[in-house]
Design a protein around this ligand. Structure first.
Ligand SMILES: Cc1cc2nc3c(=O)[nH]c(=O)nc-3n(C[C@H](O)[C@H](O)[C@H](O)COP(=O)(O)OP(=O)(O)OC[C@H]3O[C@@H](n4cnc5c(N)ncnc54)[C@H](O)[C@@H]3O)c2cc1C
Length: 394
């Protein structure tokens, strides 16, 4: 049974739930708000499928090219580019799929902005909900089954998700489908849905109204500022950036609420798991205008991916780049250093008792102080080693 073998290595893709022929697998959340499989022993017939197909236990191999075609690109529609997380390449791919009467499967916010899930859509209205990054885990229950049913009917489909969700889809399908294009992104790691909910609830309490719109990496102060814009039904708004946002501090600076399995992710690497991968083209100086509007890194990993990317080109500005340049600016392409913070236990122990932002800044302040105290000690130690001939430690 999957629950007895997977433990904290589970990436939360939920594919085993779709796979179980007896519907014996449900999911329970732990105190960090991450879901893990739970098997009903009375319904389970010990077929072993959940273990055999689990992308983590099976160690699914990424089977695409070792040297993908690399481009720097952005969507030509200025409005969509500004609204997108990076350069809007995902939107262009999805629009191309819709123009071909195909389906798009991706992640949307819930109506109250407190959670996210994967849906399968085929309209522009669906695309308007799917584009833009939601930096916490999306609930994918049922999506693998829906995708397979459509592919079996001969429908074309563009799937987008984390590298592990894409590996799960590959395992679930068990064979190549010409009518499927898979996309993933450079993934730093996925955060706790409970942490996101706590953040939204704190903001609603502070502003005295429900959230009307929630936008990670909002570009009103420029792409590189990592803005976070939240508007409320009473007309108020909250804007923070990379220097002031509690969410960004807890995610990027401290890794306080990342899924434990992300630390040892096997899927975020080259070769990639999907036909096309995208991310931010950090490290490339595109001039002030492009740095404000955002530039996407695109890695075309398979022949199928190349064919589809070419069909999307009329909607894009795209220029060839090198993998070396992409990697130099974006360490997360080859497995991000997504170490889990020492204080994550304290974070989750206090999340129900303290406001999200206060808690993040309180814990992080403690760490900053420790770093400051340690610094003179380590400098003194290095000096002593030098004086006593111990040499520098590499
Ligand atoms: C959790 C997470 C971590 C990321 N880490 C990095 C990183 O370290 N470095 C980097 O360069 N890029 C990272 N990205 C990718 C980046 O945010 C952009 O999505 C990417 O550059 C494409 O930008 P875009 O403008 O083309 O598309 P966007 O409009 O951002 O495309 C959104 C696509 O991503 C999917 N998506 C959004 N949220 C989720 C989610 N929670 N789970 C699964 N799928 C989702 C949507 O379904 C949609 O298909 C991350 C994205 C996420 C969701």
């Amino acid at each position: 049974m999957i629950n007895q073998q997977i433990g904290k290595a589970c990436c939360g893709c939920k594919m085993c739930g779709d796979l179980c022929p007896k519907g014996a697998i449900a999911f329970e959340t732990d105190n960090e708000g991450f879901w893990y499989p739970s098997v009903n022993p009375e319904a389970c017939v010990q077929c072993g499928l959940c273990v055999k197909k689990c992308p983590v236990l099976r160690e699914t191999e990424n089977k695409t090219a070792f040297s993908p075609d690399v481009c720097c690109a952005w969507i030509q529609d200025e409005d969509i580019r500004l609204k997108s997380t990076s350069g809007g390449v995902y939107y262009a791919l999805a629009e191309t799929m819709l123009q071909q009467n195909g389906y798009i499967a991706g992640c949307v916010f819930s109506d109250d902005w407190k959670s996210a899930k994967h849906i399968v859509g085929r309209t522009k209205a669906d695309l308007e909900r799917i584009f833009r990054s939601k930096y916490f885990q999306s609930d994918t229950a049922g999506v693998y089954r829906q995708v397979k049913a459509l592919l079996e009917q001969g429908e074309k489909l563009l799937f987008c998700g984390t590298p592990c969700q894409n590996a799960a889809l590959r395992e679930y399908l068990g064979r190549e489908y010409e009518n499927l294009v898979q996309c993933d992104f450079v993934c730093r790691g996925i955060n706790s849905p409970k942490a996101h909910r706590a953040h939204v609830e704190e903001l609603e309490k502070r502003y005295g109204a429900p959230v009307e719109f929630f936008n990670f990496k909002n570009k009103s102060a420029g792409w590189t500022m990592l803005g976070l814009l939240v508007t409320f039904r009473n007309g108020e708004q909250d804007f923070t950036d990379r220097n002031t946002s509690a969410w960004t501090e807890g995610y990027i600076t401290s890794n306080l609420y990342m899924r434990p399995s992300c630390e040892h992710c096997r899927f975020k690497k080259i070769p990639r798991v999907s036909d096309i991968s995208f991310g931010d083209f950090w490290g490339l100086d595109g001039g002030p205008e492009n740095m404000r509007k955002g530039m996407s890194l695109v890695m075309v990993n398979t022949g199928k991916g190349r064919k589809f990317y070419e069909q999307a080109l009329p909607l894009l500005h795209s220029e060839p780049q090198t993998l070396e340049k992409a990697i130099a600016g974006n360490g997360c392409i080859l497995n991000c250093p997504s170490y889990n913070h020492k204080k994550r236990t304290a974070f989750f122990q206090n999340l129900d008792k303290e406001d999200f932002s206060r808690l993040v800044f309180r814990l992080d302040r403690g760490m900053k102080l420790k770093r400051r105290i340690r610094k003179p000690f380590s400098l003194a130690k290095r000096l002593l080693r030098k004086l006593t001939g111990g040499g520098e430690r590499t």
